[in-house]
Design a protein around this ligand. Structure first.
Ligand code: FAD
Length: 284
């Protein structure tokens, strides 16, 4: 790929055959935009283990886009993780998104042997050397369980120092939080690319619920406007598209090294933003 910024799309593995077919159809559509990679989430504790593996292998071998499995360490033993790394390596996978993960409620306390994502990055490097390009998560608005912002920055630096090659952020709706985070970690000596994670806005109630859980702040003016649209999904989508496009323009203009779209397995919302940004021209 000739572009110097990294554009990528994230999927989640589905439970049904119909959902899986839809995911593949979405991936085929997005493949024609020449992304750097696709990624596929992993249910912490191994709840999606087989589905994540199958999805990643299909994206790589059948849709012909480099695919990166997410891998989380809470709830998985070192032996589980080692076996996954071996499978991925043997299948020619070259990139991994390394996370601590969050166990689904009801699965009890974390029981893995590795506690934090920096431990997982160290483990992957010990087991597989430089084979994988390792992505880690970054939180411009602070991870919700962090003691404070400074602590969270230092914990991010641990992941970079453990051998991460680049990072993808939690989604946010305030470009300043991203620029501030990047500036702060750069002052702490981190130079890896930090790619903004972009969540298209399509449904207000789901977004509000999810944002509360992951600590992403929806600015009051955006929230109030979305609330006012009520059930008018066409207006929500048009407004959401405008807000996200303008934020992405600022991010790219300000030097962001790419964009990672949380597609939720749908092509259209991400592509609407992509087309507004005229990114196709960059990949031509
Ligand atoms: P860590 O970096 O380990 O941080 C977790 C918390 O512990 C933070 O508060 C941090 O400040 C603190 N901390 C970190 N290291 C230390 C240390 N050494 N000592 C003390 N405190 C420390 N979840 C899934 O389950 N599956 C997925 O596929 C998935 N994909 C994601 C993709 C992206 C791009 C992002 C941004 C998140 C994803 N998540 C996923 C969610 C993620 O797993 C959660 O946010 C989780 O709570 C933290 O994961 P982490 O890798 O950032 O953890």
């Amino acid at each position: 790929m000739s572009q110097d910024r990294s554009y990528s799309f994230e999927f989640f593995p589905t439970k049904t055959d119909a959902g899986h077919e839809k995911l593949l159809a979405t991936a085929r559509t997005l493949a024609s935009y020449n992304p750097e990679f696709f990624s596929c989430t992993y249910g912490a504790g191994g709840s999606t283990r087989d589905r994540t593996i199958n999805t990643v292998l299909q994206l790589e071998k059948e849709v012909h886009v480099p695919a990166a499995p997410h891998l989380s360490c809470v709830g998985d033993s070192k032996a589980d993780l080692r076996s996954l790394l071996t499978q991925y390596r043997e299948a020619g996978i070259k990139r991994i998104v390394a996370l601590r993960g969050d166990l689904p409620s009801g699965m009890g306390m974390a029981s893995g042997e590795l506690r934090y994502a920096n431990d997982l990055v160290t483990f992957i490097r010990e087991e597989t050397g430089d084979h994988f390009h390792i992505e880690v998560a970054a939180y411009p608005e602070m991870h919700p369980q962090a003691r404070n912002f400074e602590d969270d920055l230092k914990n991010f630096v641990r992941k970079a120092n453990a051998g991460a090659n680049s990072a993808i952020t939690q989604y946010f709706f305030n470009a300043d939080s991203y620029f501030h985070f990047v500036e702060r970690v750069q002052k702490l000596g981190v130079e890896i690319p930090i790619v903004p994670g972009i969540m298209p806005i399509t449904n207000y109630s789901k977004l509000a619920r999810f944002s509360d859980a992951c600590g992403a702040e929806i600015p009051r003016w955006v929230r109030k406007q979305l609330e006012a649209y009520g059930d008018d999904s066409a207006s929500i989508q048009a407004f959401g598209e405008q807000v996200i496009t303008e934020m992405c323009e600022r991010l790219l203009h300000g030097g962001a090294p790419g964009l990672h779209f949380y597609t939720l397995n749908q092509a259209e919302p991400s592509l609407a933003v992509w087309n507004n940004l005229k990114l196709s021209a960059q990949t031509a």
